[in-house]
Design a protein around this ligand. Structure first.
Ligand SMILES: NC(=O)c1ccc[n+]([C@@H]2O[C@H](COP(=O)([O-])OP(=O)(O)OC[C@H]3O[C@@H](n4cnc5c(N)ncnc54)[C@H](OP(=O)(O)O)[C@@H]3O)[C@@H](O)[C@H]2O)c1
Length: 316
């Protein structure tokens, strides 16, 4: 089988395809035939050596969609069943998605119903699950308002779609004026410009999911109603620390701030795919690459002028 093995951190050129034997199932690990996966910005960071817990050589890629090729001896999964896997060390502590087959702990495989193509299916697991989990963390009820800061990100677009079918009123942001109409076309009730870290509105919301993080935190929390919930998902702005943080000023009266930790519950995954299937939820796919072009796929995901949407790799 083809495997993209990184032997040391570096640029796209360290993503090299090698021939490896197809793994063999164990009592607790199933062999997954990987059909497609989404490529994310943080995998570029991992490739560059920015994830110290990832030791090379490693096949990276923290999510995949595909079929059961050989179930674990004690598995309830059946050969040929459609499955997804995300997180739990996949592509970090053990080899992940950038290959044709992977050995995955059985309890990290989720059998889900989905009738579309593998490329379409690959747009969902990590991105939609992250959006779904972060909305759940806000504890909002139908009719309440949600701000999605970083609305044009994959997670942001998924959050808009999921929040709407959960009955929330949704406002989403972009730094680019020309993208605001795309956000309302996608389903946001309102789109607001993020003007160099300051939102062009004075409105406060019942809950916020935030993909931008540290440098805009004071502005973001200023848009949270008293008693509201803030969930941090990502640090797109690339800064981990924020020197001006004043907890009295910035957290005063807000009920709860949390970081979505990515824990994967099968019940949430099933609930999410039910919503996806029932409401035909789809975010744009920016481009699909074959596995042989993994270097180009990782370069493309970082490109500033690329279209909004997911970057997908298929193994066919
Ligand atoms: N995708 C996942 O499965 C996942 C899972 C867990 C966590 N996360 C985290 O969630 C965040 C979003 O990830 P993603 O994969 O969904 O992103 P993405 O689709 O690659 O997002 C690209 C968009 O991010 C916005 N952006 C880039 N730099 C920015 C900055 N400095 N400030 C504000 N906006 C910026 C730009 O939108 P505009 O130019 O329109 O503003 C850009 O078009 C990341 O921090 C990621 O680590 C993602």
């Amino acid at each position: 089988m083809k495997s993209v093995v990184i032997h040391q951190a570096g640029g796209p050129e360290v993503l090299q395809i090698e021939e490896r034997p197809i793994p063999v199932a164990t009592a607790t690990q199933t062999v997954m035939h990987i059909r497609a996966f989404a490529v994310h910005r943080y995998e570029v960071l991992t490739r560059e050596g920015g994830s110290p817990s990832v030791k090379f050589p490693r096949v990276i890629g923290i999510e995949a969609v595909g079929e059961v090729a050989e179930p674990a001896t004690n598995s309830s999964l059946k050969k040929g069943q459609r499955v997804v896997t995300i997180n739990g060390g996949f592509g970090r502590e053990f080899d992940g998605s950038e290959q044709e087959y992977a050995l995955v702990p059985d309890d990290q495989l989720h059998a889900v119903e989905f009738d579309g193509s593998w490329a379409q299916m690959a747009a969902y697991p990590e991105t939609f699950y992250t959006a779904f989990g972060s909305i759940k963390y806000t504890n909002l009820k139908p009719g309440q308002s949600l701000l999605v800061r970083g609305g044009t990100t994959g997670v942001g677009m998924a959050a808009i779609l999921l929040a709407k079918v959960l009955g929330l009123t949704v406002t989403a942001t972009s730094r680019r004026p020309e993208r605001l109409a795309e956000l309302t076309a996608l389903g946001a009730d309102e789109a607001v410009l993020d003007d160099q870290g300051t939102l062009a509105t004075t409105v406060q919301y019942d809950g916020i999911v935030d993909m931008v993080g540290a440098p805009a935190l004071e502005d973001t929390l200023g848009h949270l109603k008293a008693g509201g919930t803030y969930t941090l998902v990502g640090l797109l702005a690339g800064k981990w620390l924020w020197n001006q943080f004043d907890p009295f000023e910035n957290l005063y009266g807000r009920r709860y701030a949390t970081i979505f930790d990515g824990t994967v519950y099968d019940s949430w995954m099933q609930e999410m795919f039910q919503l996806i299937n029932q409401h035909h939820l789809e975010i744009p796919i920016a481009k699909v690459f074959p596995l042989d072009e993994i270097q180009a796929a990782q370069t493309y995901v970082m490109q500033h002028d690329r279209p909004m949407g997911q970057v997908i790799v298929t193994t066919d």
